[in-house]
Design a protein around this ligand. Structure first.
Ligand SMILES: [Zn+2]
Ligand SMILES: [Zn+2]
Length: 268
């Protein structure tokens, strides 16, 4: 069992769990904590708005330049290339909670759905057949190949600006929190919460998870209808990623945000 987890991905994830411990031995300033929390929410936004709602689901449109910027900013979260991320996520929707779903808590338990599927190292390849709309862009394939580059540039900038303490807390600890926050989508959002819609999977809606992921916690809504930019279908479902995207649409940086059709909302 342990042998299955000894691969480069496990060492990579292990690094992000061990390095933040250095914070106990360094003088940490208030600005380091502000950067840590700010970069948590900024990068959680790009995971929802970039990796998920744009690259995986294409729920809105934008220019090729903004598409590249979205990919770059998403990848500062160190969660792989946008093409890789989108291919795995699209397959999650195709195979939700079946034996073919690589991170289903129903099939293999909570730990495996959260992090174990990555540690197995079997998911490093991209199924290009499901992301043909993305592979046609050479600049996205370049970023996908050098997927750590945006994160390394961010880390270097933080080190040069704020020294070792900012690197440890502002980058490594913040990235660790972003990783776990994102992974709740695969683990807790398929186990903890309510199911408004009768989908064929175990997806749930959960306000607490919606807060920590800036709106991704309405996962049962999302499995019910993947095409909308908005995941909180009702006004009382907190979805700040959507609010920001809606605001950006007024500036014409992005456009054609997909709405939630009324019949989809009502189809309990
Ligand atoms: Zn999705
Ligand atoms: Zn899901």
């Amino acid at each position: 069992m342990l042998k299955n987890f000894l691969n480069p991905t496990t060492y990579y994830l292990g690094l992000f769990h061990i390095v933040p411990l250095a914070a106990f031995f360094l003088p940490i300033s208030l600005i380091d904590w502000i950067v840590c929390i700010s970069l948590y929410f900024i990068r959680i936004f790009f995971i929802g708005a970039g990796y998920h709602r744009y690259f995986a689901h294409k729920t809105y449109k934008t220019s090729r330049l903004v598409q590249f910027i979205l990919a770059f900013c998403s990848q500062t979260a160190m969660q792989g290339g946008v093409v890789w991320w989108a291919s795995h996520h699209r397959k999650h929707h195709i195979n939700s909670d079946t034996i073919k779903d690589v991170h289903s808590p129903k099939q293999k338990g909570l730990f495996f759905a959260h992090i174990g599927w990555l540690m197995e190292g079997k998911c490093s390849k991209t199924d290009k057949a499901v992301v043909k709309d993305l592979t046609k862009y050479p600049e996205l394939m370049f970023l996908d190949k050098l997927h750590m580059l945006p994160g390394i540039i961010l880390a270097t900038g933080l080190y040069l600006y704020g020294g070792l303490s900012m690197l440890i807390v502002g980058f490594f600890l913040s990235t660790l929190l972003v990783l776990h926050g994102t992974w709740t989508i695969n683990s807790l959002m398929h186990t903890w919460g309510v199911q408004r819609y009768k989908t064929t999977d175990t997806s749930r809606n959960n306000l607490i998870l919606a807060i920590i992921t800036m709106g991704e916690g309405w996962h049962n809504n999302h499995h019910h209808y993947q095409n909308s930019t908005r995941q909180g279908f009702f006004w009382y479902e907190f979805d700040p990623t959507f609010y920001i995207l809606k605001t950006l649409s007024y500036t014409k940086i992005i456009w054609k945000l997909n709405p939630v059709p009324q019949k989809v909302k009502d189809n309990f």
